[in-house]
Ligand binder design. Structure first.
Ligand code: PLP
Length: 360
């Protein structure tokens, strides 16, 4: 089947094959990755390689720290304000372009002063704000965005410039889909289970100067400075998930050829589907405003639930699975992350074209 799930999502086939081949015995270790110590030289090498590959792919310089944490993106909804906002007078400013930003907000409100700079509720989260019109405070504790709203399919296409206010970005559902200008980010975080690996590890990349904000009063696990000092091994790390993250970054560097190439592939995959939406606007009613469409999650509705049912049944019969939209918005969502091959997108496009001929 082709799996269009929003997450946990598909992994590149060569990565799955490598995991299968190395599952019983990691080369040089004499045991499975799941059986070796996180203090062993084999695991330390895997951990260091994964960090080094991420740093090369994203052009992360010495002024940033790369952490591998647990608890998913949702724990970051709390850890970010606990470390960067607690005890400060300057507010954190949140830009809400969909469900995940909305979920991050109340976690920050529990910790310190928060302002909402933009809330896309009025138009049902179908668009991005005009950034030049937002009242970003130069001394804000941070500005939080969700670079790709997984449920609505609305995505920031470029790195925002928030000036002296540190930009904090939830990149869970578009991490590594294009090159980034990391200088723009105070903190970038992503759970792995869409573009970067299996559930279990969350990548947090933050400016070292922000580590000074972490209070010693914080619980040890939740303290970024503590995690950085321990190189993300304050407790036993999710060794298997870090290993797979390492394999995905290796695939991105050595097989895909880097993030510029990945971006071009993602642009061409998404174009195939959006062209079909644009050719059949009365049948495939796109959710996101055209200029704010996501390259990762293509969302649309039908004029009736009956047609939607027929679409989903027909797609499933053709081996195209997990296309049902999130329960909160309904409709269809085709998630086409980095690992979705062009053949999968082509198969969906052929099905959609045929379906439109029958129902258009
Ligand atoms: N943020 C975004 C943009 C997401 O897409 C998701 C999950 O789908 C999350 C946060 C929550 O991630 P987790 O389940 O790892 O906490």
């Amino acid at each position: 089947i082709f799996n269009f799930s929003a997450g946990p999502a598909v992994l590149p086939v060569p990565v799955l094959e490598r995991i299968r081949d190395e599952m019983l015995c990691l080369p040089g270790a004499g045991a499975s990755i799941m059986e070796i110590s996180h203090r062993s030289k084999q695991f330390i090498a895997i951990h260091e390689q994964a960090k080094a590959r991420l740093a090369r792919l994203l052009n992360v310089g010495a002024d940033h720290e790369i952490l591998f944490l647990q608890g998913g993106a949702r724990l970051q909804f709390s850890m970010i304000p606990m470390n960067l906002l607690q005890g400060r007078e300057q507010p954190a400013q949140y830009i809400l372009t969909g469900s995940w930003g909305k979920s991050a907000l109340p976690e920050a409100q529990k910790v310190g002063p928060v302002e909402v700079l933009f809330d896309g509720k009025e138009t049902n989260y179908d668009r991005l704000p005009d950034i030049s019109k937002l009242a970003i405070k130069p001394d804000a504790s941070y500005v939080h965005i969700t670079s790709n709203e997984t449920i609505q399919g609305v995505q920031f296409p470029a790195d925002l410039d928030t000036g002296t206010a540190p930009l904090v970005c939830d990149s869970s559902s578009d991490f590594l889909y294009r090159p980034y200008n990391m200088d723009r980010y105070g903190l970038l975080y992503a759970c792995a289970q869409k573009n970067a690996g299996p559930a279990g590890v969350t990548v947090v990349i933050l400016k070292k100067e922000l580590l000074e904000r972490s209070s010693a009063e914080l619980p040890g696990y939740l303290n970024y400075a503590n995690q950085a000092a321990a190189d993300s091994m304050w407790n036993t790390p999710p060794t298997f998930a870090v290993y797979v993250l390492g394999l995905v970054t290796e695939w991105l560097e050595d097989t895909v050829g880097g993030l510029e190439k990945m971006h071009a592939l993602n642009q061409s995959k998404a174009k195939v589907l959006y062209d079909i939406l644009d050719q059949n606007p009365e049948l495939y009613m796109g959710h996101a405003r055209k200029q704010d469409r996501s390259l990762m999650n293509v969302t649309f509705r039908f004029p009736s639930e009956e047609i939607e049912k027929q679409f989903l049944a027909g797609a499933s019969a053709a081996g195209l699975e997990n296309l049902k939209g999130h329960r909160s918005v309904g409709g269809i969502r085709a998630s086409i992350y980095n690992a979705m091959p062009s053949e999968g997108v082509q198969a969906l496009a052929s099905f959609m074209t045929e379906f439109a001929q029958k129902h258009g």
